[in-house]
Design a protein around this ligand. Structure first.
Ligand SMILES: NC(=O)c1ccc[n+]([C@@H]2O[C@H](COP(=O)([O-])OP(=O)(O)OC[C@H]3O[C@@H](n4cnc5c(N)ncnc54)[C@H](OP(=O)(O)O)[C@@H]3O)[C@@H](O)[C@H]2O)c1
Length: 244
């Protein structure tokens, strides 16, 4: 699955309690080439022989730094996947008009979708080993593409993912100078049957709503097909590059 990573690679998944994050964690734990997988969430998601639980909150940098210290004690990280994200809460949903913009809701969406992943990069890119293949990937969304935006709406979510995409591109450029074998990419999982998409699934065409396991395996297979020359781009579940 991830033949481009070293045997016994160490993986970390942020958002292991989420639909796609849980499926990715399970798929990695089943990969015989994976040495250990660290499963991160706010509430805990279980430990077994190969799978280690850790807690973090994207809005608490100390929790991310503490996780990096703990995981880094055991060696380098060859695969980090950020599978966290926020589209709606009980209090707010994605805006259909500029009239619905609310500063507090927008700040919350940016805190989870943009600033939190940046803080993960801040602490975990340090654990990417020099001279060894490694992957840092963040779940973005096709709607975060500026070039591909024909429908508008969902202002905070789209803008937070567009900003995340820029950070991924920036980190890829910086990594290329410091860790030549490392890959840094954004991923679009397709429309997946999870809590995040649940209120918006009505318009999804027949056959276009993926189950989390299916999406997770497709994304890991996309990652497994990438090399350093593919770093700095945004890939969909089918391996296609998405316009920034
Ligand atoms: N589902 C789709 O159709 C779809 C489409 C395009 C892109 N995506 C992207 O794919 C990624 C995964 O989405 P999903 O569908 O799996 O969503 P999900 O099931 O709602 O999972 C979201 C995850 O984010 C975590 N999270 C939210 N706020 C957090 C915080 N402050 N600190 C730590 N963790 C936090 C949640 O943790 P808790 O369990 O603690 O809340 C959960 O693990 C997201 O980036 C999303 O934007 C999804």
């Amino acid at each position: 699955m991830l033949e481009n990573l070293p045997e016994n690679y160490r993986a970390v998944v942020f958002g292991a309690s989420g639909g796609i994050g849980a499926a990715m964690t399970a798929a990695l734990a089943e990969d015989p080439r994976c040495g250990e997988v660290w499963a991160g969430s706010r509430t805990g998601s279980g430990t077994d022989r190969k799978r280690h639980d850790f807690r973090f909150n994207l809005t608490d940098e100390n929790s991310i730094a503490a996780a990096a210290d703990r995981i880094g004690e055991g060696g380098p990280v060859h695969l980090a996947v950020i599978a966290t994200g926020l589209l709606h809460t009980a209090e707010f949903g994605p805006e259909r008009s500029w009239r619905e913009l609310d500063a507090a809701a927008m700040a919350q969406v940016f805190a989870v979708n943009t600033i939190g992943p940046a803080l993960i990069a801040r602490h975990f890119l340090e654990l990417v080993p020099p001279g060894v293949p490694a992957i840092f990937a963040a779940l973005s969304a096709r709607v975060g593409s500026i070039g591909d935006n024909r429908l508008g709406g969902w202002h905070s979510y789209r803008a937070s993912k567009a900003a995340l995409n820029m950070l991924i591109r920036n980190f890829a450029i910086e990594l290329e100078r410091k860790r030549k074998q490392a890959i840094c990419v954004a991923l679009h999982p397709g429309t997946v049957d999870t809590g995040l998409s649940q209120p918006f699934q009505r318009g999804v065409p027949e056959g276009k709503l993926f189950m989390p396991d299916d999406s997770a395996r497709k994304l890991l297979s996309v990652l497994g097909g990438l090399g350093p020359a593919d770093s700095g781009y945004n890939y969909a579940w089918d391996g296609q590059r998405i316009e920034w």
